[in-house]
Design a protein around this ligand. Structure first.
Ligand code: HAM
Length: 427
């Protein structure tokens, strides 16, 4: 038995590759509409870049090793530290705001589970150099437009949005102490993926009392700005964050995506660098892992020793998205790309077959022919199997007069004409 690919890694046979190419082509098309430009960085980076910047469970999932020069390196598990490094290095020379996208293949040593592999392709879109909340709205509009362009609707996907600053202000007001914040965030992050009773138990343990846990749950139960205002308008430290959220939702509505978005303060995001509005796109049925996640990370560039520029972005993987699109039958069947199959009824004509194929290819047509002598019937069968649209037949008695027969393989209709005439119709 030939060895299989490593666990969590995919072989892209042509049908799977066609799916991947389709997803990437839609990504590129939508990002072009939003005037983002494409960039890339190296797949291998200094290990230190992620140790310092990614945080959370990602650091434990790195594919890292010491290279032959003794450097500690890692395959990229995410794109954001590379983007921050690249922008920081040329910050002064770049037109701001930077609107860049990339489609890196990323590597994480994940536990095997549905929707999580050890490599995936991830669309990254980032805006650097803009602190206005209009940029946050623009960003989520890009992510949702991608989803919409694939044919998905608000019945399939919901965008859950939060703001770390708002959540923190409300938690402090509820009696949570600053030192307990990271633990509470982790507990909040896992809620919804755990039974209610267990989530409650963990919350009480983290905040230290049932009454504070009640207050935290009241915060997490707010799913629109009106209820935030109703319950927390007296919390002075939260006022500017509530106002920002209101403005954000107005802008998201202006961009045409109000229907998709729901306030959900339990969205914390695992990565350490987020500082403001964050969001995740999830399937409404709640069956799959997140399709997309991102948010504002205003301090990452300065922390890397570069310019102090605000930034925000998201990552959308191809795995969960692909599962969802397949389940909704939204991936178009790959179409055959062969325009012509050139065939002859005499093996002595192989050189002529090659010359005709070559002429057609020069005219930008996709062309194949049998690479060994074969009966005409077998050649035509091969043409049909390949999905060729037409066959160009060289019959020895007619080809002496430079005549060919062009056969439409779908309808079966044939037309005989001079080769030069046929070629002229193609240019
Ligand atoms: P993330 O939440 O770690 O964020 O990943 C973003 C998306 O990538 C996930 O929602 C998921 O669709 C996909 N993804 C992540 N890990 C895997 C995996 N092991 N297998 C399959 N799909 C996966 C980030 O990576 C941030 N750097 C995104 C970002 C860009 N934030 C700002 N700019």
């Amino acid at each position: 038995m030939p060895q299989a690919a490593l666990p969590g890694f995919r072989d892209f046979y042509p049908d799977k590759f066609a799916e991947r190419a389709y997803v990437l082509s839609v990504w590129r098309d939508v990002l072009r509409r939003y005037a983002f430009v494409e960039y890339d960085g190296p797949p291998l980076e200094h290990l230190d870049l992620y140790r310092r910047k990614s945080g959370g469970e990602l650091v434990g999932q790195l594919y890292s090793f010491t290279d032959k020069g003794g450097r500690e390196v890692a395959l990229r598990p995410e794109m954001t530290p590379t983007l921050a490094r690249m922008v920081a290095a040329k910050a002064n020379a770049l037109r701001k705001p930077v609107r860049w996208f990339s489609i890196p293949q990323l590597f994480r040593y994940e536990k095997q589970q549905r929707g999580r592999l050890r490599e995936h392709f991830q669309l990254n879109a980032d805006i650097v150099g803009e602190s206005s909340v209009a940029a946050d709205a623009e960003l989520i509009a890009v992510a949702l437009d991608v989803i919409q362009t694939f044919g998905l609707t608000p019945a399939d996907v919901v965008a859950r949005v939060s703001d770390r600053r708002l959540l923190e202000a409300l938690l402090l007001d509820a009696g949570v102490v600053t030192s307990a914040m990271p633990t509470i965030f982790a507990v909040i992050d896992k809620r919804g993926r755990e039974p209610v009773a267990i989530a409650r138990q963990k919350l009480e343990a983290a905040v230290g009392s049932a009454s504070v846990a009640d207050r935290v749950e009241a915060i997490l139960d707010c799913h629109d700005v009106a209820s935030l205002v109703k319950h927390f308008s007296g919390v002075e430290s939260a006022a500017e964050h509530i106002e920002r959220m209101r403005q954000y939702l107005v802008y998201v509505a202006a961009l045409g995506f109000a229907e998709w978005v729901r306030l959900d303060l339990s969205i914390v995001r695992g990565l350490a660098y987020y500082t403001g509005i964050v969001f995740e796109l999830l399937d409404t049925a709640g069956e799959l892992r997140a399709i997309c996640g991102g948010g504002r990370y205003d301090t990452l560039l300065a922390n890397l020793g570069g310019a102090d520029l605000p930034a925000l972005g998201f990552g959308m993987g191809d795995v969960v998205l692909g599962d969802l699109l397949r389940s909704r039958k939204l991936i178009p069947a790959a179409t055959a790309t062969t325009d012509y199959w050139v065939a002859a009824d005499d093996e002595s004509l192989l050189v002529d077959v090659m010359m005709v194929a070559s002429e057609l290819r020069r005219r930008n047509r996709s062309v194949e022919y049998a690479l060994r002598p074969q009966q005409l019937g077998r050649q035509l069968k091969a043409a049909a199997t390949a999905g060729a649209r037409s066959a160009v037949l060289l019959k020895s008695d007619r080809y002496m007069l430079r005549e060919v027969t062009v056969k439409d393989l779908e309808s079966g209709t044939e037309q005989s004409l001079l080769l030069d005439e046929f070629l002229r119709t193609l240019s």
